[in-house]
Design a protein around this ligand. Structure first.
Ligand SMILES: CC(C)(COP(=O)(O)OP(=O)(O)OC[C@H]1O[C@@H](n2cnc3c(N)ncnc32)[C@H](O)[C@@H]1OP(=O)(O)O)[C@@H](O)C(=O)NCCC(=O)NCCS
Length: 161
Protein backbone atom coordinates (compact mmCIF):
# COMPACT_ATOMS: atom_id res chain seq x y z
CA UNK A 1 0.00 0.00 0.00
CA UNK A 2 1.12 3.53 -0.74
CA UNK A 3 3.02 5.40 1.95
CA UNK A 4 3.69 9.11 2.44
CA UNK A 5 0.64 10.04 0.42
CA UNK A 6 -1.31 13.09 1.55
CA UNK A 7 -4.97 13.21 0.54
CA UNK A 8 -6.52 16.68 0.68
CA UNK A 9 -9.22 18.83 -0.94
CA UNK A 10 -7.97 20.50 -4.12
CA UNK A 11 -7.43 24.24 -4.23
CA UNK A 12 -7.40 26.58 -7.21
CA UNK A 13 -3.60 26.47 -7.38
CA UNK A 14 -3.83 22.72 -8.14
CA UNK A 15 -5.87 23.19 -11.32
CA UNK A 16 -2.96 23.30 -13.77
CA UNK A 17 -1.38 20.11 -12.39
CA UNK A 18 -4.77 18.37 -12.30
CA UNK A 19 -5.30 19.33 -15.96
CA UNK A 20 -1.91 17.86 -16.91
CA UNK A 21 -2.59 14.54 -15.16
CA UNK A 22 -6.11 14.45 -16.58
CA UNK A 23 -5.03 15.06 -20.19
CA UNK A 24 -2.31 12.42 -20.08
CA UNK A 25 -4.46 9.82 -18.29
CA UNK A 26 -7.42 10.54 -20.54
CA UNK A 27 -5.32 9.66 -23.57
CA UNK A 28 -4.07 6.45 -21.89
CA UNK A 29 -7.60 5.28 -21.06
CA UNK A 30 -9.58 6.54 -24.05
CA UNK A 31 -7.67 6.77 -27.31
CA UNK A 32 -8.69 3.82 -29.49
CA UNK A 33 -11.88 3.34 -27.47
CA UNK A 34 -13.78 6.57 -28.25
CA UNK A 35 -14.72 8.31 -31.53
CA UNK A 36 -12.02 10.44 -33.19
CA UNK A 37 -14.25 13.57 -32.83
CA UNK A 38 -13.99 13.27 -29.05
CA UNK A 39 -10.20 12.88 -29.15
CA UNK A 40 -10.05 16.00 -31.34
CA UNK A 41 -12.26 17.94 -28.92
CA UNK A 42 -10.12 17.05 -25.87
CA UNK A 43 -7.51 19.74 -26.40
CA UNK A 44 -5.08 21.03 -23.77
CA UNK A 45 -7.29 24.12 -23.41
CA UNK A 46 -10.37 21.97 -22.78
CA UNK A 47 -8.67 20.13 -19.89
CA UNK A 48 -7.40 23.42 -18.44
CA UNK A 49 -10.88 24.95 -18.48
CA UNK A 50 -12.64 21.87 -17.14
CA UNK A 51 -10.07 21.24 -14.40
CA UNK A 52 -10.51 24.79 -13.10
CA UNK A 53 -14.31 24.53 -13.18
CA UNK A 54 -14.49 21.34 -11.09
CA UNK A 55 -11.64 22.00 -8.65
CA UNK A 56 -13.98 22.50 -5.67
CA UNK A 57 -15.45 19.01 -6.20
CA UNK A 58 -11.98 17.45 -6.32
CA UNK A 59 -9.56 15.82 -3.88
CA UNK A 60 -5.90 15.32 -4.72
CA UNK A 61 -3.22 12.84 -3.68
CA UNK A 62 0.14 14.44 -3.04
CA UNK A 63 3.62 12.96 -2.51
CA UNK A 64 6.42 15.23 -1.28
CA UNK A 65 4.44 18.29 -2.33
CA UNK A 66 3.67 17.02 -5.85
CA UNK A 67 0.08 16.21 -6.85
CA UNK A 68 0.11 12.72 -8.42
CA UNK A 69 -3.61 12.01 -8.78
CA UNK A 70 -7.10 13.29 -8.22
CA UNK A 71 -10.72 12.27 -7.86
CA UNK A 72 -13.82 14.35 -8.60
CA UNK A 73 -17.24 13.68 -7.08
CA UNK A 74 -20.50 15.46 -7.84
CA UNK A 75 -23.58 14.33 -5.87
CA UNK A 76 -23.56 10.52 -6.18
CA UNK A 77 -21.31 10.31 -9.24
CA UNK A 78 -17.59 9.64 -9.18
CA UNK A 79 -16.84 11.77 -12.24
CA UNK A 80 -13.05 11.40 -12.51
CA UNK A 81 -10.31 9.15 -11.08
CA UNK A 82 -6.86 9.83 -12.50
CA UNK A 83 -3.30 9.00 -11.53
CA UNK A 84 -0.07 10.16 -13.13
CA UNK A 85 1.37 7.26 -15.16
CA UNK A 86 4.41 6.64 -12.96
CA UNK A 87 2.24 6.32 -9.83
CA UNK A 88 -0.17 3.65 -11.03
CA UNK A 89 -0.22 0.19 -9.47
CA UNK A 90 0.95 1.52 -6.08
CA UNK A 91 -2.31 1.63 -4.11
CA UNK A 92 -2.83 5.38 -4.50
CA UNK A 93 -5.92 4.86 -6.65
CA UNK A 94 -7.43 2.83 -3.77
CA UNK A 95 -6.97 5.84 -1.49
CA UNK A 96 -8.58 8.15 -4.03
CA UNK A 97 -11.54 5.84 -4.55
CA UNK A 98 -12.00 5.46 -0.78
CA UNK A 99 -12.16 9.25 -0.59
CA UNK A 100 -14.65 9.37 -3.47
CA UNK A 101 -16.90 6.84 -1.75
CA UNK A 102 -16.71 8.85 1.50
CA UNK A 103 -17.71 11.98 -0.40
CA UNK A 104 -20.73 10.33 -2.02
CA UNK A 105 -21.79 9.13 1.42
CA UNK A 106 -21.25 12.62 2.89
CA UNK A 107 -23.41 13.99 0.07
CA UNK A 108 -26.26 11.92 1.54
CA UNK A 109 -26.32 8.98 -0.90
CA UNK A 110 -26.18 5.28 -0.16
CA UNK A 111 -25.17 4.27 -3.65
CA UNK A 112 -22.43 5.70 -5.90
CA UNK A 113 -22.16 5.40 -9.67
CA UNK A 114 -19.64 6.10 -12.39
CA UNK A 115 -19.30 5.76 -16.15
CA UNK A 116 -16.21 4.18 -17.68
CA UNK A 117 -15.47 3.79 -21.37
CA UNK A 118 -16.15 0.14 -22.23
CA UNK A 119 -12.68 -0.38 -23.74
CA UNK A 120 -10.82 0.98 -20.69
CA UNK A 121 -9.84 -2.46 -19.37
CA UNK A 122 -7.43 -1.29 -16.67
CA UNK A 123 -9.94 1.08 -15.06
CA UNK A 124 -12.67 -1.57 -15.21
CA UNK A 125 -10.41 -4.16 -13.55
CA UNK A 126 -9.61 -1.61 -10.85
CA UNK A 127 -13.27 -0.78 -10.13
CA UNK A 128 -14.21 -4.46 -10.11
CA UNK A 129 -11.43 -5.31 -7.67
CA UNK A 130 -12.82 -2.54 -5.46
CA UNK A 131 -16.27 -4.16 -5.37
CA UNK A 132 -18.02 -1.99 -7.94
CA UNK A 133 -20.74 -3.78 -9.93
CA UNK A 134 -21.01 -3.54 -13.70
CA UNK A 135 -24.62 -2.58 -14.49
CA UNK A 136 -24.00 -2.93 -18.21
CA UNK A 137 -23.37 -0.79 -21.28
CA UNK A 138 -25.00 2.53 -22.11
CA UNK A 139 -24.41 5.38 -24.53
CA UNK A 140 -22.97 8.41 -22.73
CA UNK A 141 -23.25 11.88 -24.27
CA UNK A 142 -19.79 13.33 -23.60
CA UNK A 143 -19.83 17.13 -23.49
CA UNK A 144 -17.67 18.47 -26.32
CA UNK A 145 -17.38 21.39 -28.75
CA UNK A 146 -18.92 21.88 -31.25
CA UNK A 147 -21.41 19.21 -30.15
CA UNK A 148 -21.70 16.30 -27.66
CA UNK A 149 -20.24 12.95 -28.73
CA UNK A 150 -21.90 9.61 -27.97
CA UNK A 151 -19.47 7.18 -26.30
CA UNK A 152 -20.04 3.53 -25.41
CA UNK A 153 -19.57 3.22 -21.65
CA UNK A 154 -20.26 0.85 -18.79
CA UNK A 155 -22.20 2.04 -15.77
CA UNK A 156 -20.75 0.85 -12.47
CA UNK A 157 -22.41 1.10 -9.08
CA UNK A 158 -21.49 0.46 -5.44
CA UNK A 159 -23.24 0.77 -2.10
CA UNK A 160 -21.25 3.22 0.01
CA UNK A 161 -22.58 2.89 3.56
C1 LIG B 1 -7.75 3.87 -13.53
C2 LIG B 1 -6.60 4.14 -12.58
C3 LIG B 1 -6.95 5.32 -11.66
C4 LIG B 1 -6.41 2.88 -11.69
O1 LIG B 1 -5.29 3.09 -10.86
P1 LIG B 1 -4.11 1.98 -10.86
O2 LIG B 1 -3.14 2.33 -9.80
O3 LIG B 1 -3.61 1.86 -12.26
O4 LIG B 1 -4.96 0.70 -10.48
P2 LIG B 1 -4.42 -0.75 -10.00
O5 LIG B 1 -3.07 -0.99 -10.60
O6 LIG B 1 -4.58 -0.82 -8.54
O7 LIG B 1 -5.50 -1.68 -10.65
C5 LIG B 1 -5.55 -1.89 -12.02
C6 LIG B 1 -5.85 -3.33 -12.32
O8 LIG B 1 -5.93 -3.50 -13.74
C7 LIG B 1 -5.03 -4.53 -14.11
N1 LIG B 1 -4.58 -4.16 -15.46
C8 LIG B 1 -3.48 -3.46 -15.81
N2 LIG B 1 -3.47 -3.32 -17.14
C9 LIG B 1 -4.56 -3.94 -17.63
C10 LIG B 1 -5.09 -4.14 -18.93
N3 LIG B 1 -4.50 -3.65 -20.02
N4 LIG B 1 -6.24 -4.85 -19.05
C11 LIG B 1 -6.87 -5.34 -17.97
N5 LIG B 1 -6.43 -5.17 -16.70
C12 LIG B 1 -5.28 -4.48 -16.55
C13 LIG B 1 -3.96 -4.53 -13.07
O9 LIG B 1 -3.31 -5.78 -13.00
C14 LIG B 1 -4.79 -4.28 -11.82
O10 LIG B 1 -5.50 -5.44 -11.44
P3 LIG B 1 -5.10 -6.22 -10.07
O11 LIG B 1 -5.17 -5.20 -8.97
O12 LIG B 1 -6.15 -7.26 -9.96
O13 LIG B 1 -3.72 -6.72 -10.31
C15 LIG B 1 -5.28 4.46 -13.34
O14 LIG B 1 -4.86 3.32 -14.08
C16 LIG B 1 -5.38 5.63 -14.29
O15 LIG B 1 -5.26 6.78 -13.89
N6 LIG B 1 -5.66 5.33 -15.58
C17 LIG B 1 -5.75 6.38 -16.61
C18 LIG B 1 -6.98 7.24 -16.39
C19 LIG B 1 -8.27 6.45 -16.38
O16 LIG B 1 -8.51 5.60 -17.21
N7 LIG B 1 -9.11 6.81 -15.40
C20 LIG B 1 -10.42 6.20 -15.21
C21 LIG B 1 -11.42 6.91 -16.02
S1 LIG B 1 -13.05 6.22 -15.72
Amino acid sequence: MATDVLLRPAIEADAARVATIWQSGWHDGHVGHVPDELVAARTTASFTTRAASMIHDTAVAEINGLVVGFVTVVDDEVEQVYLAGDHRGAGIADMLLDEAERRVCANGHRSAWLAVVSGNARARAFYERRGWRDDGPFSYEAAAEPMPVAVMCQRYRKLVN
